[in-house]
Design a protein around this ligand. Structure first.
Ligand code: ZN
Length: 785
């Protein structure tokens, strides 16, 4: 286990105690403290021998001195000055600006262009036509004190990749529009066939709302932001506070990214000029019904006009009205049409060639396009990445060269569906699979706590880095602050948390209390790591600071602006600098360590947890099915129901058969043993300061580079074979939310028992191949040592 006794804390102790001692003793202690400050006594940096650690630390200190909060602010103001969505003039200007900065800092930088299907709104309207009349404004007016909010050249509020359409129908209120909501609706005798549904943002990913509505037979879908979820119920609204004002609208993509992200016309290949393209009608990821996002000012008259049963308690939002389900008498007319042409994407790709191993790539990315001005999302992360790149440029000028090649990417077209990253990853798939040792992502960044998710073989490296970066608000390390946050979250227990969230928090608190590495989360989707991790099997990490912000209040709206960010985000850009220190260290260590700094026991323990969860999931399902059957046999629902209201009993659940987890249980035991053996060998190598001859080093790094790919299978996941990773995937029915061991877990979710058994075997085989390669690494590591 890694020892968490930061040298800084020890130094602090020595210095504060010094004045109580005789002068000569004080002098001795101060000298000792000075020795500690030079780094000689500090614990080694993970991935480096004692001698290498001192050099690495000195390099990182020089890196830190090149970071300047004022520059982050200046870049943010410039990049967010005008609308910068795909196809806008400022998007291209920003690409050129970023490319020129990289060049100025000594990087080899260019713009790589792709051509993607990107519908641009031509016309949209929404009217209530019965029982009264109301026309939705669909506008976000200027806000006092927000300089860019008065501009009129931004994207109007709409949902990218919804269908064109002109529909009229009765309205049904659907809560968050997730699968469980349809079940609750059915028990009240309501179905949505031929209706237009209105759902609120929140719970699951937005794209699932219209997708499920379409599958259930609705002819149109309206999504609105309820003040309960990100408006006045949470805090003061903009401009007084940071939360969503009554006319703020959340734009967003409804591309079915759970099937495949990226250009809908070129799945699996880069959308270059001459790429073979599908017809839009053949693209599985484009919706067939129209969908429109609206504000709560526009939603209120529609919801007020609904009659029918009163909505269940947990479905009610914070608008001053009684929430009814419908259908009708509220009847709406919804009309949308877009221009469906190809548009250019401008990815900025900047490189520094590795001095020793140019064919080992450390890839770092953050998107640059926003829905309108995008100060929070994504430019707060973009400017931290630029700060890193500039600091690395200064190190280059002083004569340092990274051992491995660095590739920095400023992605375009993330918002409509991870377009820029996916097309680039697909266009360079073979190179990436052979060469990429890391994909490191960030997106919005703000005040708060370190939020890291990714490949668990990087969990220890991340902890080591977080133990070396200071939290700007408290002065302790960002790791110490995160540990405290996890402990408090586990102690206080938020009663509004869903069961899975509460379980995760309890697990985090337990691990935080144990004192070792803090757990990192698993990646689902929602930013540019997806093509690297889940399609190509590149070891990936996402790092951001967040948790003390009101970002949700302006998410994807006209008010996600520079003025909002410097008031409610990170006013001093201190967390922008902390982000650059954190991600910069991960990059430098991955670039320079003799052998890639991966550790596998954290991964093995995590997979063991996932398998335990699968056991519990099946047991719980079986218990629920049995309990439900008993209640139905007793007619309990009929007797307990209020006879003046329609509430039907739930349908009977089929009996849950046994799932054979033996192959997974066996491979978990093996994985733990293989991981421990490798990690011990690696620690021994570092402690001994052993240097490998070039050929052996390349062989070891080649195998380490390929470890994550061992978790993929070319057959991919059921019904969505673009997703190849068998440990991490975005959920089919959660969207951004992760499903771990997805082949098995989603089969259990769907009560597809044959499939669950089949994928338990396939997943165990994948993990077993992973163990084999790990054992091979351990043997090589021990050879000649
Ligand atoms: Zn973003």
């Amino acid at each position: 286990m890694h020892q968490h006794t930061p040298a800084q804390a020890r130094r602090q102790f020595i210095l504060t105690q010094a004045h109580r001692l005789p002068a000569f003793m004080s002098a001795v202690l101060i000298a000792l403290a000075a020795a500690a400050a030079t780094g000689a006594q500090e614990p080694a940096t993970f991935g480096f021998s004692a001698a290498e650690s001192a050099r690495e630390r000195a390099l990182e200190q020089r890196f830190d001195t090149e970071l300047n909060a004022v520059e982050l602010r200046t870049w943010l103001q410039r990049l967010a000055a005008e609308p910068n969505h795909v196809g806008s003039p400022h998007d291209k200007a920003n690409a050129e600006f970023v490319r020129d900065l990289f060049k100025q800092w000594g990087w080899d930088a260019q713009i790589e262009v792709f051509e993607v299907l990107y519908p641009t709104l031509k016309q949209h309207s929404l009217e209530l036509i019965a029982p009264s009349r109301f026309t939705a404004t669909l506008k976000e007016p200027p806000v006092a004190g927000d300089a860019t909010s008065g501009r009129t050249d931004g994207l109007a509020p709409y949902n990218e990749y919804g269908a064109d359409g002109d529909v009229t129908g009765e309205l049904v209120y659907l809560n968050y529009g997730m699968e469980a909501d349809y079940k609750a609706l059915a028990r009240r005798g309501i179905d949505v066939r031929g209706k237009i549904v209105i759902a609120r943002y929140g719970d699951g990913w937005r794209g699932l709302k219209p997708k499920l509505a379409q599958e259930h037979g609705a002819i149109g879908c309206i999504i609105y932001s309820d003040p309960y979820d990100d408006g006045y119920f949470r805090g003061d609204v903009y401009p007084k506070g940071g939360w969503r004002p009554s006319e703020g609208v959340q734009r967003g993509s409804v591309l079915d990214m759970t099937v495949y992200p990226g250009d809908p016309l070129t799945p699996g290949v880069g959308a270059t000029k001459d790429a073979k393209r599908l017809e839009a009608s053949q693209a599985r990821t484009i919706l067939k019904i129209p969908v429109l996002p609206i504000s709560y000012a526009d939603a209120q008259p529609l919801l007020a006009a609904l009659a029918g049963p009163v909505a269940p308690k947990s479905w009610r939002g914070a608008l001053p009205l009684t929430y009814h389900l419908g259908p009708g008498p509220a009847t709406v007319h919804l009309s949308i049409s877009s221009e469906w042409g190809l548009k250019p994407l401008y990815d900025v790709i900047a490189k520094v060639r590795g001095a020793d191993s140019p064919d080992e790539w450390v890839v770092r990315g953050n998107h640059r396009d926003g829905w309108v001005f995008g100060a929070w999302d994504p430019l707060s992360g973009q400017v931290a990445m630029l700060a890193e790149a500039k600091a690395i440029g200064s190190l280059l000028k002083s004569g340092w060269r990274p051992r491995r090649t660095l590739i920095y990417a400023s992605w375009d077209g993330e918002e409509p569906g991870l377009l820029g990253s996916t097309e680039w990853a697909e266009a360079h798939a073979t190179d990436l699979q052979h060469k990429a040792v890391l994909y490191l992502n960030s997106d919005s960044n703000t005040r708060g706590f370190l939020d890291a998710q990714g490949s668990h073989s990087l969990q220890h490296l991340l902890n080591d880095v977080a133990g070396a970066v200071k939290d700007p608000e408290t002065g302790v390390t960002t790791q110490a602050r995160l540990r405290a946050h996890m402990l408090v979250d586990g102690y206080e227990k938020d009663p509004s948390d869903k069961k899975e969230v509460a379980q995760d928090k309890a697990r985090d608190a337990r691990l935080a209390a144990a004192g070792g590495d803090l757990p990192i989360g698993a990646l689902g989707s929602g930013s540019d790591y997806t093509p690297f991790l889940q399609h190509l099997g590149v070891t990936s990490l996402s790092i951001e600071y967040q948790g003390e912000d009101d970002q949700l209040g302006v998410y994807h709206s006209n008010y996600d602006s520079f003025d909002h960010y410097v008031r409610f985000g990170d006013p001093a850009f201190a967390y922008g600098v902390a982000e650059a220190q954190t991600t910069g260290r991960v990059v430098l260590r991955m670039a320079d360590a003799q052998l890639l700094p991966l550790q596998f026991t954290g991964f093995a323990d995590t997979v063991a947890d996932y398998v335990t969860q699968l056991h519990e999931l099946v047991d719980e399902k079986r218990g629920n099915a049995t309990d439900l059957g008993r209640l139905l046999d007793q007619n309990a629902f009929g007797l307990a129901a209020d006879p003046t209201r329609v509430v039907l009993p739930p349908p009977r659940a089929a009996a849950v058969p046994a799932v054979d987890f033996a192959p997974l249980d066996a491979v978990v035991a093996r994985l733990k043993a293989s991981a421990r053996a490798y990690d011990e060998g690696y620690a021994k190598m570092l402690a001994g300061g052993r240097q490998f001859p070039a050929a052996q080093r390349r062989q070891l790094n080649g195998l380490l580079q390929g470890m994550e790919q061992k978790l993929t299978d070319p057959r991919g996941l059921p019904n969505r074979d673009w997703f190849k990773h068998f440990v991490y995937a975005p959920g089919r029915l959660t969207g951004y939310g992760v499903k771990t061991l997805p082949g098995v877990r989603e089969a259990i979710d769907a009560s597809a028992w044959d499939e669950a058994n089949q994928y338990a075997v396939i997943t165990a085989a994948v993990l077993s191949a992973y163990c084999e390669q790990l054992d091979q690494l351990t043997a090589l590591l021990g050879r000649g040592g």
